[in-house]
Design a protein around this ligand. Structure first.
Ligand SMILES: Cc1ncc(COP(=O)(O)O)c(C=O)c1O
Length: 471
């Protein structure tokens, strides 16, 4: 433990040492059994007499805070739990705008028999052996210096080739910026396109973290209703400078933005001089029909910023994603990125480049699709069969979660809370709304649910819902 001496203090040096060590023990910074630095070393480091240190240690020992250890040395004694401290008067506080933000995963450590929260992938499908190889060979190539804030040219080139073949999007590496996932990409875009007080359109219901992110910039994130064809373009506020959409698989309802709406949205953005952020977070997992053309591919006026992520394809733990922007925006985005954290992690970029260019991504995707698609069909069928009639899984074609909509009554206990009491973690549908009204429902993520456990999980879920509705 680092000890400090204030030469101007009105307390003796012995007292100062005593208080620092006692406070560290009481606050839990020094735990039971932890060894104290020998008095000889402390006296040498601080340039004080050894007896000053031993006096402090003796007082602490007399009060039971520390004790001698059989083999020599002094350790922290047990039984001094940390005490909660109330913040000092005048402690730092966030601005009202930041204080109003709410995290989406209220309890990330929550445990239950079945974790069916959306956003989870199957860790058993992570290609650990190949990834390890890519990391090791990437480490041999990586430069031990700051890198390009846009990401390495090689990774951007690899990503643009992959997007050309998988999504039919034509991009140059100069349009691409490697990011730490979707939220980070949208943060960069918001910083260069929006000012506090601006209006942005977000889907209602929608993805809460993006709403909160826009609010953190002082942007008025206005909810725009979603129907069976996707976002209702006529309802977008005319003042919106940016519209955030999930066209391939609307979060959370799962509808696909129809081709007609896609064209209307692009036309709207052209007329209003607004930007569209296309979040294509999980379209790699199409379970039934063929995907529609991405908005980016239909865009003739350079209005669309395309955002992708490796959170679903590989793992959310990698924190890797990208954006493709009109070249007019890229220099500002890159400058902002550099001002924040300079560049994406060079070693992870090298590993990912090897993974994409080595053909591993294609092979991995074939493997995970083969695992997720039967799981999707099975969970959907089980939910249809087992849930009470007034709880309906919405038809969807892609992704790793399903939305279940319940009866229109806000008076009921939120099913997500009720299900937790039955050992099941799901996300509340109400949380995806800014103004939920009487809606009830929940989101079932099946990414991390082994196929052989679907029947047991849905069984537990149906029991919980039946208990909630009293039938
Ligand atoms: C709508 C949406 N976008 C993006 C993501 C992924 O975000 P990130 O790339 O920041 O991990 C998710 C994750 O569940 C999501 O639901």
């Amino acid at each position: 433990m680092e000890l400090f001496i204030d030469p101007d203090a009105d307390r003796s040096v012995t007292r100062q040492l005593y208080e620092q060590i006692r406070d560290a023990i009481l606050s839990g910074r020094l735990g039971p059994g932890e060894r104290l630095t020998p008095s000889r070393a402390v006296s040498a480091e601080l340039g004080i007499a050894r007896s000053t240190v031993t006096d402090a240690y003796e007082s602490l020992a007399a009060e039971g805070y520390i004790e001698g250890r059989a083999g020599g040395g002094t350790v922290v004694a047990g039984g001094h739990g940390s005490y909660p401290r109330s913040p000092p008067p005048g402690a730092l506080a966030p601005t009202p705008r930041s204080a109003a933000l709410r995290r989406y995963d209220d309890d990330p450590q929550a445990e239950a028999a079945f974790d069916l929260r959306p956003g989870r992938v199957d860790p058993r499908l992570f290609p650990a052996v190949v990834w390890r190889r890519c990391v090791l060979s990437g480490l041999r190539r990586v430069s031990a210096q700051y890198g390009d804030p846009a990401g390495t040219f090689d990774l951007r080139a690899a990503l643009s080739r992959w997007l050309a073949s998988s999504r039919g999007i034509t991009l140059t590496p100069e349009q691409m910026v490697v990011t730490a996932g979707t939220g980070h990409a949208i943060d960069l875009v918001a910083r260069v396109l929006l000012s506090p007080g601006d209006v942005a359109g977000v889907e209602e219901p929608g993805y809460p973290p993006v709403r909160e992110l826009l609010r953190s910039h002082g942007v008025d994130a206005v909810g725009v209703p979603v129907d069976e064809h996707g976002i209702v373009v006529d309802a977008i506020p005319p003042a919106a400078r940016l519209v955030y959409v999930t066209p391939s698989h609307q979060y959370p309802l799962g509808v696909v933005l129809s081709r007609r709406r896609r064209l209307e949205l692009l036309h709207w953005a052209g007329r209003h001089g607004a930007a569209i952020v296309e979040d294509d977070y999980d379209s790699e997992f199409r379970h039934t029909t063929r995907p529609l053309e991405p908005l980016h591919r239909l865009d003739r006026d350079g209005r669309v910023i395309y955002v992708g992520t490796f959170s679903k394809i590989l793992s959310p733990a990698l924190r890797m994603g990208f954006l493709a922007a009109p070249v007019t925006l890229v220099p500002a985005i890159v400058a902002v990125r550099q001002a924040i954290d300079w560049c994406p992690p060079p070693a992870t970029q090298e590993a990912l480049t090897g993974f994409v260019d080595g053909g591993h991504l294609g092979r991995h995707l074939r493997r995970v699709r083969a695992a997720y698609t039967p799981r999707f069909h099975r969970v959907y069928r089980e939910l249809l069969d087992r849930l009470p009639a007034d709880y309906r899984p919405l038809q969807t074609h892609a992704g790793l979660h399903l939305a279940v909509v319940g009866p229109d009554t806000a008076s009921q206990d939120d099913p997500a809370h009720a299900l937790l009491r039955h050992g099941i973690l799901v996300a509340s549908l109400r949380r995806s709304y800014q103004n939920p009204g009487p809606v009830t429902g929940f989101l079932v993520g099946f990414g991390a649910l082994p196929t052989e456990q679907t029947a047991a999980a849905v069984d537990a879920l149906a029991t919980g819902i039946t208990a909630l509705t009293g039938r």
